[in-house]
Write a protein that binds this ligand. Structure first.
Ligand code: 5GP
Length: 191
């Protein structure tokens, strides 16, 4: 996606530890038109896969995921990082280590929203070591649902996440692939 790649290059700020800050259009302020295009691109890629549900994790995955859900005309479900008192029913749960916050989150989804008849497209904002996507896949697996693939907005291709997902047999579609953040410089794959 050329527009996304351009935005990542122009607005992305590299911070310590190989983390890219994209606050101006994805992680804080959100560019709705760009998210709409992102959702459409995921739809074009997986439209023949009989997707019944989009699954992401709060908070930053929700914007691209809801736009994908709009195009597929299916619900968007997001895994919660804490069990609210209002969620009293049975849940699927897994632990996901956050790369940026260096913290392990216990994440949950209600059993009533995912079952063996579902075909799930997992969406997230970033792919680094693959912890978030693999945790979401674990929830899909626990529900006995199938996974159509994993849609990623920004993949940091110099980390091991992509390979870990491929090793699980998952289809991965990343709209912007970063080869390196060395010297505080964003270099895309193929540049
Ligand atoms: P992973 O679980 O693949 O190791 O890391 C992906 C998760 O960590 C995403 O959900 C994303 O929120 C966060 N993340 C990882 N690397 C970055 C980064 O460079 N920038 C931002 N903004 N988030 C990141």
């Amino acid at each position: 996606m050329e527009l996304l790649q351009q935005k990542v290059k122009e607005d992305g700020v590299v911070i310590d530890g190989g983390i890219l800050k994209v606050d101006s259009f994805l992680n804080h302020q959100i560019d709705a038109k760009l998210m709409h295009e992102i959702g459409k691109t995921f739809y074009e890629t997986y439209k023949d896969e009989n997707v019944t549900k989009i699954l992401t994790i709060e908070a930053s995955g929700i914007a691209p995921a809801i736009m994908a859900a709009l195009h597929f005309d299916v619900p968007c479900l997001f895994a919660k990082k804490a069990q609210p008192s209002t969620l009293t029913e049975e849940v699927y749960q897994t632990d996901i280590h956050s790369y940026t916050k260096n913290k392990t989150n216990h994440v949950i989804i209600s059993k009533k929203f995912l079952n063996e008849n579902d075909r799930v497209l997992i969406i997230d904002d970033f792919l680094a070591n693959g912890e978030a996507a693999l945790g979401l896949y674990d929830l899909v697996d626990q529900a006995g649902a199938s996974c159509a693939g994993v849609g990623i907005v920004v993949e940091k291709s110099f980390q091991k996440g992509y390979q870990r997902l491929i090793d699980k047999g998952l289809s991965v579609t990343s709209l912007c692939r970063i080869a390196s953040l060395d010297n505080n410089q964003v270099t895309l794959v193929g540049e």
